[in-house]
Ligand binder design. Structure first.
Ligand code: FES
Ligand code: FE2
Length: 382
């Protein structure tokens, strides 16, 4: 019997164009995928004191994470138990309690309902019975992950499977944040993820911007649903590193020089380089609109703007600022190159002639594996 994945052109992808363009697919992904898995939400340092909180959207669920009086992190659904109003916005500090902006019902930072204004008109309400709905929170290497379910099927470490063995030497908990960046691209979130894990385009789209790493010697593979990737520096870069060791993070020994570029399923990129560790939060906003929130960490020494920029000018076509060219392909900024490619691919998907002719052996395995994992969560035949 012929393999449906083999065509005259070779392997074809699994997901149809409408998976990238239709509201129906988008809604199903929010409900059946993003609402059901662990996702990166922030760093432990974002919520270091009792009452510090941040909010995060977990599929259909608005959630917040708050540090309690006992210094433990807790996650709750960001929904008032009275009539459902969102309780907290963005990030902040609320050690005296969480007050709903609508009618001032007030909750403790441990989630209990502690006061209802004009209590007499709610005589039958038992305060003890209407605390906030709990969600789950766990941490790993200074990163905070949340799950919308208070009793998820698996804990965070089970979800991460063997990925931690391939993560690399970086210790995000030892680092400090510098220069966060937010992009919005006119492309489906899966195009953005697929671009992130596509080893083939590194040689071509980024020929002039990511030439410090040796793509032909990349090693990659799935660890559970997560995609782990590492590539060493080219010789030229290795000699530059050897004579500029002051930029290199203490945790990154010489044998680990190179680029660790992982994708935690479904949509969190983790990139560890010689002088930085970055999280790419790929956030679906609509079928053809995606926010990318990049949080960059480095050590105290590299934190000054001057050192960060100086280091990146050699270490990071990765993050170098656009050089002002109108043409994104001539910008010298690898993110602009990626944005251009992703947005053009999204546009092409509107054409009835759109189709993927073939995918390479090896370099695009990540793309196929990712699509298979998405399909599985949505109950699609693969
Ligand atoms: S909706 Fe929150 S107090 Fe009414
Ligand atoms: Fe890229």
């Amino acid at each position: 019997m012929s393999n449906p994945m083999e065509t005259a052109f070779g392997k074809t992808p699994l997901l149809p164009a409408e998976a990238y363009t239709s509201q129906d697919w988008f809604d199903r992904e929010q409900r059946d995928l993003f609402s059901t898995v662990w996702q990166f939400a922030g760093f432990e340092k974002d919520v270091s004191e009792p009452g510090d909180y941040f909010t995060v959207q977990v599929g259909l669920h608005p959630v917040f994470v708050v540090r309690g009086d006992d210094h433990r992190l807790r996650a709750f659904h960001n929904i008032c138990r009275h009539r459902g109003t969102q309780l907290l916005r963005a990030t902040g500090q609320s050690s005296t309690g969480i007050v709903c902006p609508y009618h001032n019902w007030t909750y403790s930072i441990n989630g209990e309902l502690i006061s209802v204004p004009q209590r007499e008109v709610f005589a039958s309400v038992d305060l003890d019975a209407v605390g906030l709905h709990r969600a789950s929170v766990e941490t790993w290497k200074g990163m905070v992950f949340v799950h919308s379910d208070p009793e998820p099927e698996s804990g965070l470490m089970t979800w991460l499977a063997s990925f931690p063995d391939h993560f690399g030497p970086h210790e995000p908990a030892n680092l400090v944040e510098v220069d966060p960046i937010i992009h919005e691209w006119k492309a489906n979130w899966k195009i953005v993820v697929e671009n992130y894990i596509d080893g083939y385009h590194l040689f071509h789209l980024h020929a002039a911007t990511l030439d410090m790493y040796d793509h032909a010697r990349a090693e990659s593979g799935f660890r559970g649903p997560h995609f782990a990737f590492y590539e060493p520096p080219v010789d030229d870069m290795r000699s530059w590193l050897a004579s500029n060791r002051s930029y290199i993070l203490d945790d990154v020994g010489e044998k680990d020089w190179g680029a660790f570029v992982h994708m935690l399923f479904p949509a969190t990129g983790l990139t560890g380089l010689e002088m930085s560790f970055s999280v790419f939060q790929i956030i679906p906003l609509g079928p053809a609109l995606t926010r990318i929130h990049i949080r960059n960490l480095t050590n105290e020494k590299n934190r000054s703007a001057a050192r960060w920029e100086a280091g990146l000018s050699r270490l990071g076509g990765w993050f170098s600022k656009s050089q002002g060219a109108d043409d994104p392909l001539a910008s010298g900024d690898f993110m602009e190159e990626d944005r251009y490619a992703c947005e053009q691919q999204q546009r092409a998907m509107q054409s009835p002639l759109f189709g993927v002719g073939a995918t390479s052996d090896g370099y695009e395995d990540g793309v196929l594996g990712f699509q298979r994992n998405v399909a599985k969560h949505l109950g699609e035949e693969v």
